[in-house]
Design a protein around this ligand. Sequence first.
Ligand SMILES: Cc1ncc(COP(=O)(O)O)c(C=O)c1O
Length: 328
Amino acid sequence: MSELTKVLTESELLHNLGKLREGKDSGYSAFYSSQLGGIIKEDSLMVIPFDDHMVHRGHGIFDTAAIANGKVYDLDAHLDRFIISAKNSKLLLPFPKEQMKKIILDTTAISNRRDGSIRYWISSGTGNLGLIPPEDAKPAFFVMIFGGLDYPERYYNEGMKVITTSYPIKPALYAVTKSTNYLPNTLMQLEAKEKGFDNGIFVDSYGNVGEGSNMNTAFVSQDDKLKHPKFDNILSGCTAKRILELAESLIGKGIIKDVNICDISVEEARGSKEMMFIGSSIGVAPIVEWDNKKIGNGKPGPIVFELKKLLSDDIINSKDRLIEVQYT
Ligand SMILES: Cc1ncc(COP(=O)(O)O)c(C=O)c1O
């Protein structure tokens, strides 16, 4: 007869939580939970109750901003998008924007991280396992300071290879809302990996290019225009939007002819000189092959390089998009 499944004591539970992280550097430097009422530095205790609706129903939203050289980049743009995601998801804000901003900056300061990522979530709260939490449930706010996603250097030096995913693109409302339902994005990424590619591209029902798993995509046309899909059916990428603004300076220098936000058919996109991914985790990365066909000459191109430089410069020197973290 097999033994009964163990019932854990409180101390065994704490011990086992610690064991889950043992010998691993999670890179999780600080975590804020409104449910627990403060910041936690011990990574094994950065937990959310199981009956939180973000856990068992996916009723939550998130966003991510970058920390570079001890400063937070473009937090307002990310928080504004976060608030739109909350509204689209019928999630109440746990705190006003300025207070969420303060908690984010305080958690960053406590983390001591000078470079990395800040991810933050709103969930509808705890209290039952139904679709909707009880009426008195409080929306919760969580902030995690961590090392950020790691991409291979090869992506930047040699360029990425992508496939058109077989998974359907999200309907517009779900694509523009950064909810914790990333199943299509995850399936696309898994499919690409299984088939030996770096990532996938969603295509809409009209045959227009959408986006990647957690990044936007843009193109340089044969007539040297920087082209980005309209943001109606894809996530309104803060990085892509900023790059499209910064790229205006390349028109004056004669490096590109124009910046267009428009529908881009797959056929047109395949004939581009350059293709790229853009996002706050990947930055700007060239795509050199799509469905085993070369983009341009199959090598990272000069415009991607220029855009990467513009973004790196903005992350370090921007006059109005950096917030100095008050480390103690
Ligand atoms: C689906 C999707 N598209 C695009 C992006 C790029 O957005 P951002 O530049 O704000 O990181 C992300 C990342 O957040 C994403 O998850």
